[in-house]
Write a protein of this length. Structure first.
Length: 131
């Protein structure tokens, strides 16, 4: 049995706490409402990008590609699976890094690290709620 989580960042401490509570492996996934299953955690604990379904571009403040291994300012998403409402270079506020080394698990999908949101979504919602 496994538990799969996604949506918000899962810290190692949180992952261990959930594993102890439920007595099973906890795996992380990375997604957004614009694309639910962008990356999945392998047995080695790395996030592998589903790059056959989605294109993620790690870019700087000027929307230029950052070097491999560099943390992005933001991310551009192209959804290759949605024929009803295609998203082309849709800006997510996520900060990501593409890892240069292949994963020890043997999976050919690229490894990414997700640092989380670059914007303050709670502050935005608070502003809307107070209007």
């Amino acid at each position: 049995m496994e538990i799969w989580l996604g949506g918000e960042q899962l810290s190692p401490a949180q992952q261990q706490l959930i594993q102890r509570a439920f007595g099973c492996k906890v795996r992380n996934a990375y997604g957004a409402s614009e694309f639910y299953s962008m990356a999945f955690e392998c047995a080695k604990g790395q996030l592998h990008l589903n790059d056959d379904w989605v294109i993620l571009e790690a870019v700087d403040e000027r929307m230029q590609a950052v070097a491999l291994g560099t943390l992005s300012h933001t991310t551009l998403l192209t959804n290759l699976a949605n024929r009803t409402q295609p998203l082309l270079r849709y800006r997510l506020q996520d900060r990501i890094r593409f890892v240069a080394q292949p994963c020890a698990c043997g999976c050919a999908f690229p490894v990414i690290q997700v640092e989380g949101r670059a914007d303050d979504t709670w502050g935005s919602w608070g502003w809307i709620a107070n209007r």
